[in-house]
Design a protein. Sequence first.
Length: 449
Amino acid sequence: MTVIYAKTALLPEGWAKDVMVVVEAGRIASVEAGVPGVGVDCLLPAMVNLHSHAFQRAMAGLTERRGQTNDSFWTWRELMYRFLGQISPEDAQAIAAMVMMEMAEAGYAAVAEFHYLHHAPTGPYDDLAEMSGRIAAAAHETGLGLTLLPVLYERGGCDGRALNEGQRRFGNDPDRYVRLWQGAAAHLKALPADTNMGVAPHSLRAASPQGIRIATSLCPRMPVHIHVAEQMAEVAEVQAATGLRPVDWLLRHVELTHRWCLIHATQMTPEETVGMAKSGAVAGLCPITESNLGDGIFDGIRYRTAGGAFGVGSDSNVRISLSEELRTLEYSQRLAGKGRAMLAEEGRSTGRVLYEEAARGGALAGGRSAGAIAPGMWADLVALDCSGPDMAFAAGDTLLDTFIFAGDDRMVAEVWSAGRHIVTGGRHVARDGIVARYRAAMAGLRGAL
């Protein structure tokens, strides 16, 4: 049993003082306010990072030069293909551990890993799920909660063309994908009870309608994630092939519910935006990566007005910062709408709306009983250090507004993932060894490039 005392905590009913949280077997057993004790300054529910491609962390800083033509998502993708050709299973594990450690230090308690680097450059490994096993090993090492989402990547485009050279490490037909998914599930058996597994048809470009049906049938109650409407060229390709825009196609051809997470969705019509919100599906927003790749701005005001759920993820992992993801999301809405406090509402500040809604949406997208400090939930908790000059006189919603808009992840002091105390004093408990292995892997990778 673990007992955590907090001077202030954000509970489902609002802010409370002198809160005692009792944790048993990884779950919150009880929550009681008005119980003073020595502990943390400010306790919050910790989030699920709902979208990550771990291996792309190793590319950070390598793609910021302009080529001979206008740079875009598509030129970035070609650079990514060349880079991943060098990554071994050992490299993948070292990179994933580094990513997960940084996520924990940023205040995340879990990650939904959209995992599509499956094979060797020459073909499948003897263990078809070798790379999934490496992701599982990184989760074990770091203690970060994991929802593994093996990706179905069948084809090079809506016309059914073959995968290109850069995509072959991703590719599976539906039959082999089923075997890979089953092998990945076997690797996860060694992980804690809070571990989850879903499926991820990569996109409507890369997965066929039949493939999507087969993939989603593997785990009828668990999360389904899919890239959708990220770029105008993608929208045009899907519309030319099917007669429908991507989100419209999903609304008409699959049963969108809260188990679905639609990643990006930055290129939607107003009708698609409202339809997606009303479906219950979670919008998987990755504002730092979407800014880095020039994807566009999510129609957040219309979506929230229609009751839509959302969460945030670090996607390409070019920069892992929970506070910056939330800040960038709000600032994108301000730039688009030419106003301030765009996501705030009566009785809840901008920071509180951002934080509470992203915590709930991320938990839904991860299939994880979390996102609130309440009995029965996994003990996914983050404590902020309020000793600095900006936080010293803050209270209530102002704590979150200060953290998101005036502060950064250095304010993250402690993190628990399903009760595992993985960050203390702002540092991951296994930081030194993880960083050393990452540095060794990067020396080899960048030398090869």
